[in-house]
Design a protein. Structure first.
Length: 131
């Protein structure tokens, strides 16, 4: 099959990994994330990437260029290329979300169970797509 078709809400809410790359196209990438209470993605800037976040479960805050905004179930966030950003779980249960990078950011198929593991192992996109 070409492309990706699945129940994204179910996949996102059932994911317990910090980062799970589901599908990588030439120009777009789908990644699941789960942040434990108090955990954050970590402040970052993608100079040549736009990024979309969809919150499926939990609550937190997104920071875009220092501006905090509360987020919760069903919220969507777009971070333009060049903006400093972070997502923080401020709730008392896991924050479950998916993100779309355009173009891809991570190596296809990578799964990092914890933030520590993700921070220790580089996995930047190497040009290989899912198909």
């Amino acid at each position: 099959m070409k492309g990706f078709v699945d129940d994204i809400e179910k996949l996102t809410t059932e994911n317990d990994d910090f980062r799970r790359v589901l599908y990588t196209g030439k120009y777009l990438q789908l990644v699941l994330m789960t942040l434990k209470p108090g955990e954050e993605i970590g402040e970052e800037v993608h100079e040549d990437h736009d990024q979309f976040f969809r919150i499926e479960d939990g609550r937190g805050q997104v920071f875009i260029d220092g501006q905090p905004t509360d987020i919760e179930d069903d919220d969507a966030v777009i971070v333009p290329a060049g903006a400093r950003h972070n997502v923080v779980n401020t709730g008392d249960r896991p924050l479950k979300l998916y993100t779309l990078y355009g173009p891809p950011e991570h190596r296809d198929g990578v799964v990092r169970a914890t933030k520590k593991e993700a921070d220790e192992k580089e996995e930047h996109f190497d040009g290989k797509t899912s198909e």
